[in-house]
Design a binder for this molecule. Structure first.
Ligand code: SF4
Length: 378
């Protein structure tokens, strides 16, 4: 009799989900990395080499170099997708003195000097200890890390790393203790320590490394730096509110193997009132389009909010059907009032209850009528 992992007992759907042709097709790159049939993108990025010292270059020059290395990376990735690049072959090649990943790390460091990792574009010099909206300087805090068995079936068990801090202020945040309460709790980590956490999670059976928070975006510099030191081959998963700047997206597109974004609000007014962000829809839509145009594996999460079917659920699902047909969609029904909504329900009467069965049925019907692939992951 074969050995059964404890997560297989609790989540048999994490095994059976791979019988779905839709899931196998839409997540094929992720599946190949997860099963070590292909090298993760960050591994490939370490083997695309250049000459010169990135620390001596101007930012414009670095971005030009990044663009040309991205083309080389694309060729290598295409070969890896055709199973023509193995880990053994890469090891034989040897790592270059300066890699595409090193260039990304240097660009991220420069961005920290006038921070624009996300669309707050605070412009603060985080390397000198100044803090913007997310209240992080150059420090990164890990609140916890473990094998998560509550995520979508293709992701379980997920090697989840919860970072302190967030660039949103959601009034119903379930993780407000780690995302919004400052000073941040958790351990302060160096890139090397963050790499060790990732290797540990993979060795324990993680199918992926799930960067989440709070939000991982303010920690891009530490995360990219950590990938220089990760020893294992493991898919990188970006679990985010997707409020990244275009520059951050450019840094991540050739590194992240599977995306797990939230897409909550169909109206900027709802986003401003409930998460305190501006221009929500256009920013998130732009970033999702960048991922979807490449056909990269993506599971979009839409949290159904009570009383927000017309203003949020309907436009979000419609947008996905028109712009991201390659996505799997998780229509989430688990909203419950938390944090400020629980403390001051009179201020947020629209979201001061769970969604009704009727509201959830309407959300699922909408997803079905729009032809979204949601059944396997909702
Ligand atoms: S990550 Fe975003 S919120 Fe934080 S300092 Fe940078 S631009 Fe501001």
């Amino acid at each position: 009799m074969g050995w059964i992992s404890h997560w297989e007992l609790f989540r048999p759907d994490a095994v059976t989900v791979w019988r779905s042709r839709v899931v196998r097709e839409k997540l094929s790159w992720y599946y190949n990395v997860m099963t070590n049939k292909a090298p993760a993108k960050f591994v490939l990025a370490r083997y695309v080499g250049t000459t010169g010292d990135p620390s001596g270059m101007g930012l414009e020059e670095l971005w030009k170099l990044h663009e040309s290395l991205s083309r080389e990376f694309g060729e290598l990735l295409a070969r890896a997708k055709d199973s023509k690049v193995s880990m053994e072959e890469l090891r034989r090649l040897g790592r270059p003195a300066v890699s595409y990943l090193d260039v990304k790390v240097e660009i991220a460091r420069r961005i920290m000097e006038s921070c624009r990792f996300c669309e707050w574009r605070c412009g603060v010099d985080r390397l000198r200890g100044t803090r913007g909206f997310c209240r992080l300087a150059d420090d990164t805090y890990v609140s916890s890390y473990f094998l998560h068995i509550g995520e979508e079936p293709p992701l379980v068990p997920s090697g989840t790393i919860f970072y302190g801090s967030c660039n949103f202020r959601c009034v119903f945040c379930q993780n407000h203790d780690i995302s919004q309460e400052h000073p941040f709790s958790g351990i302060r980590v160096t890139p090397e320590e963050l790499a060790s956490i990732q290797d540990y999670l993979r060795s324990e059976g993680a199918r992926n490394i799930n960067h989440v928070g709070g939000d991982p975006t303010p920690n891009i510099y530490t995360i990219l730096s950590s990938l220089r030191h990760v020893r294992s081959n493991v898919p990188q998963l970006w679990n985010s509110n997707m409020y990244l700047s275009e520059e951050s997206m450019s840094l991540l597109l050739d590194v992240i193997d599977i995306w797990l974004p939230d897409f909550k609000y169909g109206s900027d007014g709802c986003a401003a009132r409930l998460s305190l962000v501006k221009n929500y829809f256009s920013v998130v839509a732009r970033n999702l389009r960048m991922v979807c145009e490449r056909g990269d594996p993506i599971i979009i999460r839409h949290l159904v909010l009570p009383n927000h079917l017309d203003c949020c659920t309907e436009p979000v699902l419609k947008w996905i059907s028109e712009n991201c047909p390659t996505a799997l969609v998780n229509v989430m029904g688990q909203y419950r009032p938390e944090y400020l909504v629980l403390r001051h329900p009179e201020k947020y009467p629209d979201v001061a209850r769970r969604p009704t069965g009727g509201e959830l049925r309407r959300a699922y019907e909408l997803a079905g009528n729009l032809g979204l692939d949601f059944e396997d992951v909702s």
